[in-house]
Design a protein. Structure first.
Length: 95
């Protein structure tokens, strides 16, 4: 099955939300719809970025899963960007 990932750039947290909760919230949102292969939190160029890697049958479904992850995570933190990419060969291609 193809592998996809959604990368979220996170801004301010909603009041009362602990920083350590954001990654599990994003991963659990994807897990509601598919198998999550991995998840990670990194700081890149001064921005917090969450990556959730997951399985999907096709790009259309992957985009729907990505939108769901953005929407659910957006309830706990400001999501500045959400990008879905597909693993093609050795590269990640934007969908």
């Amino acid at each position: 099955m193809p592998s996809y990932r959604v990368v979220l750039t996170i801004g301010a947290l909603r009041p009362g939300v602990a920083p350590q909760r954001i990654l599990p919230i994003a991963a659990d949102a994807a897990r509601e719809l598919t198998i999550v292969e991995a998840n990670d939190l990194a700081v890149v160029a001064g921005e917090a970025r969450i990556t959730v890697r997951f399985e999907a049958e096709d790009a259309e479904l992957a985009l729907q899963i990505g939108e769901h992850v953005v929407a659910v995570t957006g309830g706990s933190a400001e999501v500045l960007r959400g990008i879905v990419t597909e693993r093609v060969g050795g590269a990640w291609v934007r969908r």
